[in-house]
Design a protein. Structure first.
Length: 158
């Protein structure tokens, strides 16, 4: 049995843009995200600018991005956003890091941080129905599939 990676989350910075862009333009990473295709530079820049100018934490739609690192290496991005009745969490893992437990370690770190960041404990996640690995990461941490539609499966942490 392998040891899960030690992941640290820190607030996303402008200097993390190129790492994010590398994932947003990676066909493997984007297969289950957004519209299932790599993003153009304008879409990437728009998302980054939104992440760098966050709304007040208590406002609906307020989001926070975090760079996930293992040692000094960037391995992924964690997103969180305030919804009407919960905080939604999401994560992207660099394709070169797949298969090592990075997504689970990132989610574990995010789940320990969300209550302090948002002063809220109800956490949700949305996953593409075909993304079985991400669904397993969620369910192994206590998330329950609540609803399903053509686009996304909706999970709630109980």
């Amino acid at each position: 049995m392998s040891i899960p990676p030690s992941i640290t989350l820190r607030p996303f910075r402008e200097t993390d843009t190129e790492f994010f862009a590398s994932m947003a333009s990676d066909e493997q990473v984007m297969r289950f995200i957004g519209y299932g295709k790599p993003w153009d530079r304008q879409t990437i820049e728009t998302c980054v600018q939104g992440a760098l100018l966050p709304d007040p934490i208590d406002a609906a739609g307020a989001s926070r991005w975090f760079l996930a690192t293992e040692g000094t290496e960037a391995v992924g991005i964690v997103f969180s956003s305030r919804q009407e009745n919960s905080v939604e969490v999401g994560y992207w893992v660099s394709s070169g890091q797949w298969g090592r437990g990075v997504a689970g370690a990132m989610l574990d770190s995010a789940l320990s941080m969300i209550p302090q960041t948002y002063n809220d404990t109800k956490v949700t996640a949305r996953v593409a129905p075909a993304h079985a690995v991400s669904a397993r990461v969620l369910t192994s941490r206590g998330f329950i599939l609540e609803t399903r539609d053509e686009q996304l499966d909706h999970y709630t942490l109980n």
